[in-house]
Design a protein around this ligand. Structure first.
Ligand code: NDP
Ligand code: MG
Length: 390
């Protein structure tokens, strides 16, 4: 029996991970035991999950929520961890074989490093970990001999397309993008879009932050950075391809012109399950791909004029050092401000671009965790300063 530490169990990826475990267990396949569940403050859902999966411990980042959980679940007698320390303890839980990090945002970086330091295989949904701390995280994983398995659908697709081939013979990665709810709109039309409109994604049902990132296409920018670190491929060898149907989850082009693609219904439970059962492919909850129903697939170049976030992220990656951490921190703060009705949609790229101008980019070898956290903090402070009085 294998044991899982699941961070962000109450979110979109977290609940779908538990769905996969249920389906594997119903088909007689699950060798999984859940050793820890962690969330921010959703005590009600975490309680239901704890009653069903009976973990050895839970973590709630918010101390008040942890206290509430203790009261509600006295009968279970489950230890309750809290704060960043608790989250890191959950990530490094001794009994766990695999830590799946599905918390949202930069807050996921330290738990990822804690899991690696404890020698856990890491299944990574939390892309901000690699965006802000890619150099740190990949160096730590190499040193510990720990595998990082991608959960993000595009990176899972690339990971699958690389199997049995030589990374040195890759010409380009072709990263597909749905284009989000506003594909085809001009910059002028984007000025007035509301959070409610931006939250309506055509193909995927996801947490609020990644849904807004999809609407601005910052999500694809963050994914370019994620791919750079996961597969050690330079930014200029990563081509973004708009593919509205979200059926081709990404592709790898080799030197001889062959292009390998991974296709499937747009359902995150497929890449989640692959990270859990890798290298095995077991029957799971995901439906068959209906090619005849689909009929056609389309591909187009991205529109970086209407959606400048993609180019901002690519530029941050070219500059290297702490520039990606700064852009990521500004983006998190700007997305929260947009969702709170404080800024317009087009101000998200403006603030991210402003953060790129902050002086936070020393040489790659100078990167430390403290420097990354400081760049993140400085970028958030910059955004807050721009929003004074709003
Ligand atoms: P959600 O907003 O749906 O869920 C976030 C989860 O993280 C919740 O369980 C939340 O707990 C928890 N969380 C937030 N902050 C903390 C904290 N400080 N300490 C502990 N737990 C915390 O996000 P998603 O599931 O959509 O996304 C998670 C990550 O996966 C993101 O990085 C996203 O980019 C990535 N991703 C998501 C995809 C998707 O389809 N959803 C696809 C590909 C990548 P609580 O409920 O208590 O607030
Ligand atoms: Mg993705």
């Amino acid at each position: 029996m294998k044991s899982l530490s699941l961070l962000g169990s109450t979110g979109s990826i977290g609940t779908q991970t538990l769905d996969v475990l249920r389906a594997l267990s119903a088909s007689g396949h699950s060798p999984w035991q859940v050793s820890v569940l962690a969330a921010h403050s959703n005590t009600q859902l975490l309680e239901a999950q704890a009653r069903e999966f009976r973990p050895r411990a839970v973590a709630l980042f918010e101390p008040a929520a942890a206290e509430d959980f203790r009261h509600r679940t006295r009968d279970l007698g489950i230890p309750v961890l809290s704060g960043m320390e608790g989250l890191c303890e959950a990530a490094a839980w001794e009994e766990a074989d695999l830590t799946l990090n599905a918390v949202v945002g930069m807050v996921g970086l330290r738990p990822t490093l804690a899991a690696i330091a404890a020698g856990k295989t890491v299944a990574l949904a939390n892309k901000e970990t690699l965006v802000a701390g890619g150099a740190l995280v990949t160096a730590a994983a190499r040193e510990k001999g720990v595998a990082i398995l991608p959960v993000d659908s595009e990176h899972s697709a690339i990971f699958q397309c690389l199997r049995g081939n030589d990374l040195a013979q890759v010409k380009r990665l072709l990263l597909t993008a749905s284009g989000g709810p506003f594909f085809g709109k001009t910059r002028a039309e984007l000025g007035a879009v509301t959070p409610a409109q931006a939250l309506r994604h055509p193909n995927w049902s996801m947490g609020a932050k990644v849904t807004i990132d999809s609407a601005t296409m910052m999500n694809k920018g963050l994914e370019v950075m994620e791919a750079r670190w996961l597969f050690d491929v330079p930014v200029d060898k990563i081509q973004v391809v708009v593919h509205r149907e979200s059926i081709v989850h990404s592709m790898v082009e080799y030197n001889d012109g062959a292009v390998m693609a991974q296709l499937g219904t747009p359902d995150m439970r497929l890449p989640i399950q692959y990270a859990l059962t890798y290298p095995a492919r077991l029957p799971g909850p995901v439906g068959e791909l209906d090619l005849f129903g689909l009929g056609q697939l389309s591909f187009a170049p991205p529109d970086t004029e209407a959606f400048p976030c993609l180019a901002i992220a690519q530029e941050a990656l070219r500059r290297g050092g702490l520039a990606p951490a700064a852009v990521n921190g500004a983006n998190e703060q700007a997305v929260a401000a947009f969702l709170g009705g404080r800024i317009g949609f087009l101000e998200i790229p403006e603030l991210c671009s402003g953060a790129l101008g902050l002086d936070v980019a020393p040489a790659e070898e100078g990167l430390s965790l403290e420097a990354v956290l400081e760049a993140d903090r400085a970028a958030r402070a910059y955004v807050d300063t721009q929003l004074i009085g709003r």
